[in-house]
Ligand binder design. Structure first.
Ligand code: BES
Ligand code: ZN
Length: 879
């Protein structure tokens, strides 16, 4: 039985060291889709040399045990105990060689964890606890072992046989079979083990590391995808070079493999030298992938590559420490993308994502610190909190210590811990010691959940020319934690004169005047900062570059926001000012809508948009971000009780109003950007497409929109423009949408990744008709509930990105979705749990919807043999 099924909470404080060293694992696979036989041999050496014997505890799930021996003696079932996920050999001698033989059934594995089948090839996914579905082993990250893997299979069915490390030998066998042997010289935890067996094509390239090591790079894909690997390869090479230049980290083996699969629960996996990727993050051609896809590929390829040092060479002591590798590696991939593309644009997208996904999580039933204290199912803790908030905590070290200080800390971290399984405390200690600073208080960010709020007020004294900012921090109680402490909050601030000039900042408490941004450190609940020689009432530019992951409260006037939008030097502050203005306009109309009053468009927003649209000097991608209105979910978070229909109506009203008032400017800018140049992949070209398509999305709400959309669709030579046009036509309910969708379908019906986009365009359409559409699409030949990408595209999008559809007042969306969660749970509990979290915010809605959602949660909770994965999510939600 799984830990989760028994619903058992596992606590961080209960960590105990594994009593044995397992230095080496010899593992042999006789591979077949229906049956695979696994033979393993490992030597257990007792760490405590004063003892002569100790129990050996191994983990295993769904393994058919064929034989088990200890130091050469076959054990009978009386010699060991199997209970739940563990097998215990009592009182094993201090030096024990264990041999096991098990059988597993990859073709029946629909959970996509362990060894499973994708199309015609077999592959593994072991993080977090999938290795125990392959063989009996101490499946925990602090047991680090070298592996020698021998794979044997039918040569025509499985011509390619891959595992971690270097190839050590291969040969043919009787009966059309063959074998390949792989050896990984670096000790690793079992979660980084991987194997792939099948008929795959490859793209090969090379990278020479700084010290002159020649590394062979291979990307393996199904043969028909071979012409879509170039961008991934280029991204990999860029990532390898970047990590040398920025972090002084070099690759450590002669080989680096990436395998793409259509069947993957996550984005990608960093198995040592054998990364396995969701094909979404590998395959791209201009006609099949959007600019966002290209950027996603670059980021994820970078992310998994960067894990080689932050994750693999230094790994986590236990799964509570997950953010040690994930938060840090997300920070590294963000920096990589920022260095490769536009830093400001990347930063804004990261912040948008944090606020719209992590903030609600931190305020909901799954609230947890970036280092959780307990879990039922670890797979439920690969969260926006551990990842995205975790990365912002790493970014704060960087802000506090500077690039040089941060790199000193990284260097010490690797000097101390290379080859070890460590904790977030070890990381903090390395940063503190390398810089000779005390970071103890900063460490509270690891243990406190919830989003801090910083309330700011100011006072200007014209007589003394002093300006005082008063900051008050509070973190509201969360579902998991009542009492909150003050946190260390880096506060980057600037002051603007009314004409937009940056004022020199000089604190009353000393220090020289600095022009531009001043980094202050808030350490107490309440703090005041007084600046001197301030000639006029300034506009405060707060939390520049979003220097801390907090909710910022300051009563900006529309004039102040306008000053920031036009003049501030900081891209985040500019963007945030535009978002604030849009947000208050929308929320105000939402209130009017609720009171039955006519909605109206405010002049200040119009003026700001006019300015943005006329800006010919700023990066077009930044302008696009500024004009992307806050999404409905983010707006919902700002309301006491979510008014689903009101938010939708108000946002539409504002968008249509802006479109109609500014149609001349939108059309002008659109025409400029729609220059008929052939597709290019450069970041400049992507930025221009981003702004062009934002303009189109507004223009679609005007009389000329439909024909512009149709023309763009007709002339498009890339997926970004094609999708923007079709999605636009669908959203305005154009008569042309039907044909556009069906043409798209006939062109791409055999292409799973492009069909995902086709499902998304339909599932996202607001309104009550979409549920039936989704039901109908589930019957489409390209849909399969067994495929995570399809589930995300259709069911994930409908439940999480289509508020008016999902929250239909009659509860039909809820009932439908609950049925899907239940159906999925029998197939793929991890995916089912992710889908179940669509109900997490149920308490934030009106009484009727609350009751309807609660009923569905209870219905799910009552399902017999519900997985621990889903049970943890729904029971938390109900609690
Ligand atoms: N280690 C994870 C992948 C993973 C986690 C696989 C849990 C299976 C279970 C990997 O490094 C990762 O973090 N992938 C992210 C993408 C990344 C760019 C944030 C993912 O898969 O979403
Ligand atoms: Zn990762």
């Amino acid at each position: 039985m799984k830990d989760g099924i028994s619903g058992k909470l596992i606590y961080r404080k209960n960590y105990t060291d594994y009593p044995w060293n397992v230095d080496h694992l010899e593992i042999y696979f006789d591979i077949g889709s229906e049956n695979t036989t696994v033979r393993a041999e490992m030597e257990f050496l007792l760490k405590d040399t004063t003892k002569t014997s100790q129990d050996i505890v191994l983990n295993g799930v769904d393994l058919q045990l064929l034989s088990l021996s200890l130091n050469g003696d076959l054990l009978s079932s009386a010699d060991y105990a199997v209970e739940g996920e563990t097998l215990t050999i009592p009182n094993a001698p201090a030096s024990s060689v264990i041999k096991t033989e098990v059988r597993i059934h990859p073709a029946n594995n629909s959970a996509l964890e362990g060894l499973y089948l994708s199309g015609t090839f077999l592959l593994t996914q072991c993080e977090a606890q999938g290795f125990r579905k392959i063989t009996w082993f101490p499946d925990r990250p602090d047991v680090m072992t070298t592996y020698r893997v021998t794979l044997e299979a039918d040569k025509s069915e499985f011509p390619i046989l891959l595992s971690n490390g270097n190839q050590k030998g291969s040969g043919d066998l009787a009966g059309g079979r063959h074998w390949v042997c792989w050896e990984d010289p670096f000790p690793k935890p079992s979660y980084l083990f991987a194997l792939v067996a099948g008929d795959l094509a490859l793209l090969e390239d090379h990278f020479t590391t700084r010290s002159g090591r020649d590394v062979v790079l291979r990307i393996y894909v199904e043969a028909e995808n071979l012409d879509r690997c170039e961008h991934a390869m280029e991204s990999l090479i860029n990532a390898m070079r970047w990590d040398e230049e920025r972090f002084n980290l070099e690759y450590d083996l002669d080989i680096y493999h990436i395998v793409a699969t259509n069947d993957f629960n996550m984005g990608a996996m960093e198995n040592k030298s054998l990364n396995i990727f969701n094909s979404k993050y590998v395959l791209a051609r201009p006609d099949t992938a959007t600019d966002a896809d290209y950027q996603g590929i670059e980021g994820v390829i970078g992310h998994e590559y960067f894990h080689n040092w932050t994750g693999n060479r230094v790994t986590c002591r236990d799964w509570f420490e997950l953010t040690l590798k994930e938060g840090l590696t997300v920070f590294r991939d963000e920096e990589f993308s920022a260095d490769m593309q536009s830093r400001a644009v990347k930063r804004i997208r990261v912040i948008r994502d944090l606020r719209s996904r992590q903030f609600p999580e931190d305020d909901g039933p799954m609230s947890h610190p970036i280092r959780p204290d307990h879990y039922v199912e670890i797979n439920n803790f690969y969260t926006a909190t551990v990842y995205q908030k975790g990365a912002t905590i790493i970014r704060m070290y960087h802000t506090l210590l500077g690039e040089a200080g941060f790199q000193k800390g990284m260097k010490l971290y690797f000097e101390r811990h290379d080859g070890q399984a460590v904790t977030c405390d070890d990381f903090l200690a390395a940063m503190a010691d390398a810089n000779d600073v005390n970071l103890d208080r900063f460490g509270r960010w690891y243990s406190q959940s919830g989003t801090p709020q910083v309330h700011i007020s100011d006072h200007y004294d014209a007589a003394t020319q002093e300006y005082t900012l008063t900051l008050e921090q509070t973190t509201p109680a969360t579902h998991d934690q009542k009492n909150k402490q003050a946190l260390v909050i880096p506060f980057a601030v600037g002051l603007l004169a009314a004409d937009g000039r940056e004022l020199p900042l000089q604190l009353k408490t000393g220090q020289d005047a600095v022009k531009g941004t001043r980094l202050l450190l808030m350490e107490e609940k309440h703090q005041e900062y007084t600046f001197i020689n301030i000639p006029e009432l300034p506009v405060p530019s707060l939390f520049r570059d979003y220097s801390a992951p907090v909710k910022i409260f300051y009563p900006y006037t529309p004039e102040q926001l306008a000053t920031l939008i036009t003049h501030d030097s900081d891209a985040f502050v500019k963007w945030d000012a535009a978002q604030r203005m849009a947000q208050s306009a929308i929320l105000e109309q939402c209130q009017r809508h609720a009171k039955g009053l006519a909605m109206r468009l405010d002049e200040s927003l119009l003026k700001a948009f006019r300015g943005i649209l006329s800006d010919r000097s700023a990066d077009p991608a930044l302008l696009a971000e500024a004009m992307n209105l806050p999404d409905e979910d983010y707006l919902a978070e700002q309301m006491e009780v979510v008014d689903v229909d009101g938010i939708h109506a108000a946002r539409r009203f504002i968008k249509e109003g802006l479109a109609s008032e500014l149609k001349v400017l939108f059309a002008e800018r659109y025409a400029e950007l729609n220059d008929g140049q052939p597709y290019r992949k450069s970041s400049r070209a992507m930025a221009r497409r981003a702004l062009k398509n934002v303009c189109l999305s507004y223009l679609l709400d005007t009389e000329t929109g439909e024909s512009l959309g149709a023309a763009q669709l007709k002339s498009s030579d890339n997926m970004t423009d094609t999708l923007a046009a079709i999605q636009g036509l669908v959203l305005i309910d154009s008569a042309l949408a039907g044909t556009a969708l069906s043409d798209f379908e006939s062109e791409w019906r055999a292409d799973p990744l492009v069909m995902d986009k086709w499902f998304i365009m339909q599932a996202i359409k607001p309104g009550l008709g979409t549920l039936n559409k989704v039901r109908e699409l589930m019957q489409h030949e390209a849909f399969s509930i067994q495929n995570p990408n399809k589930v995300r595209s259709l069911l994930g999008v409908f439940s999480m990105l289509n508020p008016t559809g999902f929250h239909a007042a009659d509860g039909s969306g809820y009932a439908f979705h609950a049925d899907r969660v239940i159906e999925l749970d029998g197939l793929n509990p991890q995916m089912a749990a992710r889908m179940a979290s669509a109900f997490n915010r149920w308490k934030r809605y009106d009484e009727d919807r609350k009751a309807l959602m609660k009923t569905q949660l209870q219905r799910i909770a009552a399902v017999k043999n519900l997985s621990g994965d889903v049970s943890e999510i729904v029971n938390n939600a109900l609690r």
